[in-house]
Design a binder for this molecule. Sequence first.
Ligand SMILES: Nc1nc2c(ncn2[C@@H]2O[C@H](COP(=O)(O)OP(=O)(O)O)[C@@H](O)[C@H]2O)c(=O)[nH]1
Ligand SMILES: [Mg+2]
Length: 402
Amino acid sequence: MDSKELNYALPKNQLQEMQMAFENGDFIQAAENIKKSIIGINDIPLNIAVTGESGSGKSTFINVIRGLGDEDEGSAKTGVVETTVVATPYSHPHHRNVKYWDLPGIGTTRFEPNKYLDLVKLTQFDFFLIIASERFRDCHIQLARAINSMGKKFYFVRSKIDADLSAFRRQRKSNYNEEQILREIRNNCIKGLHDGGIMCPRVFLLSCLELEKYDFYLMQKTFENELPGHKRHVFLLSLPNIYFQALESKRDALRNQIWKHALASAGKASIPIPGFSADNDIDLLVNTMKEYKEAFGLDEISLNCLAKTFDKDIHDLRSVIKHKLVLKEITHDLVVNLLKRRELTAAALMVTDYAAGTVPLLGSMAAGVVAFGTAYWLLYSFLKDIAEDAGRVLSRALENTI
Ligand SMILES: Nc1nc2c(ncn2[C@@H]2O[C@H](COP(=O)(O)OP(=O)(O)O)[C@@H](O)[C@H]2O)c(=O)[nH]1
Ligand SMILES: [Mg+2]
């Protein structure tokens, strides 16, 4: 490890945040406060309403955005005629507080947007997605206006783009131009919304069969930029691992939080190297490492879903994972053994030394600080390895599909 890597592993802005957490000069208290804040992250609710005409692909979208196939446990039923008028929440498999709500289909002759919105208890949603396939219709405008009038945000999703493109491919044969067709579809939606009195509408073109293509990344980035900070983090972690930018965004978001997990797990430590005394602290590390695995889709369930999505063999996907630790089940004993490794202790001391340059209190502490460096380096290296392996798995999954 050299100073460049240290600089990367512990960015200055993170150290400054840590310095602020230490302002009252109490290591144990700072660790306790941080622990509360990281546990609280799992309680942050994110409710996204998915609405649109029956058959537009709402249920399919709700499944794929949660990394699920139509037949997986917890998936929404697709391809069925909607008879219910009840909004149904679907939780993300790893982030139970991230919920996508399957709203009853609009567009029937009896459709009355305001009543519809009353029905779905508008206020609990962070934002709305209006999903439309095929033609732009008046009911979309009515719904968009009703959502706007209640001060809520909506995004317009034009779905089933794969089907449009293959229809055009047949029709236009010699002068088929994908970019131009996508532009035409986008402009048609924007114009429709604009003519209906919606200023600056946000339109995304998607295919649930090829989620990684078209505007999915742009859509994700837009949500990310427009959500408040605490919700942005959970949203990011809940994204499906089907394109490389998602992996990078997750790695960066998680890396920015390492100091908190390291501090919280080290807070109680009272003995020197390896510096961990209470089981509690180790459990926090175990849980964090498990969360990393799930966030990058390398747990068994997620790998299975990825294999199905891209029609690959799970053993084949697993075979490209390079770091042995990534394949192992993360247990208490495993983490205890990792913490005892000598090279980790050496790295821990360098981390502590480096961090103490910005956070002087760290330098003046004894055991807890070594534990901090140990935990930091363990999480940092694991995150780095797992992000690399997730990239390899995705490359293998995408082979021969583009
Ligand atoms: N070609 C294509 N078909 C889709 C897509 N999304 C959904 N479908 C199909 O459209 C039909 C209706 O989808 P569903 O999700 O049940 O629509 P909902 O009624 O709005 O919930 C199903 O047969 C889906 O398989 C897509 O992106 N591309
Ligand atoms: Mg449905």
